[in-house]
Design a protein around this ligand. Structure first.
Ligand code: RIB
Ligand code: NA
Length: 294
């Protein structure tokens, strides 16, 4: 069992399904409303645990009902929560999601996730040092990502940065992370002035551009490789990226090759989109392996 540490957001997803998105000033009638656990960090932790890793989450929730529900959900999914602190004065983070016309649009209100500071991370230095891999995303303060990149680098623990949602990051973080997994939009913000191909060439076996339905692209040192994704009937693509990142990290930490790890991650992500909710449909290890053998 490999040891994964996930550092990131935990939120409650408030999901409205409707036939279309309202335009500015318009009111429409929707089809349904559901409340499900989400947040990129929590999603990645749950996905990795379902895939059989020993997962420890570092994060913050509010001392409110959403926070309680998120902690229960971690326990149900075997994610260790010694470093998920319920804080006062801040509400649990929320993500306001509209599912319409086969796609989602999301507004994130970070709430307690903003209290995941460098000082808070320092309390968990020992577990970070003991990890096989650390996973982090960008729904938490920028200086925390910077700090974690420094720590992981000094401990020689590989860091996978999923730079979502998009924001600029320092060259220091780019250099110190072991793996970067932007989508096509995020990569343009990360590497201003470089074309996609130039960026891939500059960071062989480190930069992985996720291209949704097409698959994942990287440079293997000699050539550009596209590892295709699997075709499925998508019900809800929310959290597909989180499943991908978690599965990729789990496979890498077990010593699988980059290519094999990407195939494993694509398979896991393709299963996750067949059910409603970011965490609905996140597969178990067995489910992914059965599909890979089929
Ligand atoms: O990556 C998907 C997640 O992003 C959702 O669960 C939602 O919380 C948003 O932040
Ligand atoms: Na899903």
């Amino acid at each position: 069992m490999s040891k994964l540490v996930v550092i990131g957001s935990s939120s409650m997803d408030l999901v409205v399904s409707a036939a279309k998105r309202p335009s500015a000033g318009e009111t429409i009638i929707g089809d349904s409303f559901k409340t499900v656990p989400g947040g990129k960090g929590a999603n990645q932790a749950v996905a990795a645990a379902r895939l059989g890793a020993d997962v420890l989450m570092i994060g913050c929730v509010g001392k409110d009902n959403y926070g309680k529900a998120i902690l229960d959900n971690f326990k149900k999914n075997n994610v260790r929560i010694d470093y998920v602190e319920p804080v006062t004065h801040y509400d649990t983070g929320t993500a306001h999601i509209i599912l319409a016309e086969g796609d989602n649009s999301i507004i994130v209100v970070k709430g307690a996730n903003d209290l995941l500071t460098p000082d808070y991370i320092d309390k968990a230095k020992d577990v970070i040092q003991a990890a096989d891999i650390v996973l982090i995303q960008q729904e938490i303060p920028e200086e925390t990502v910077e700090h974690v990149a420094e720590l992981c680098h000094s401990f020689q623990v590989p860091l996978l940065l999923n730079p979502a949602p998009a924001r600029e990051i320092s060259q220091n973080v780019i250099e110190k992370a072991a793996y970067l997994t932007p989508n096509e939009h995020e990569v343009t913000i990360l590497f201003k002035g470089l074309t996609k191909d130039e960026a891939l060439k500059k960071y062989p076996n480190k930069l992985f551009i996720t291209e949704g339905k097409r698959g994942v692209r990287y440079f293997d040192g000699e050539k550009e490789v596209l590892v295709p994704s699997y075709k499925v009937e998508a019900v809800d693509t929310t959290g597909a990226g989180d499943t991908f990142n978690a599965a990729f990290a789990v496979a890498l930490s077990e010593g699988k090759s980059v290519k094999e790890s990407l195939q494993f991650a694509n398979r896991a992500a393709s299963l996750s989109v067949t059910k409603f909710g970011a965490q609905g449909g996140m597969p178990t290890r067995d489910e992914v392996e059965r599909k890979l053998q089929a």
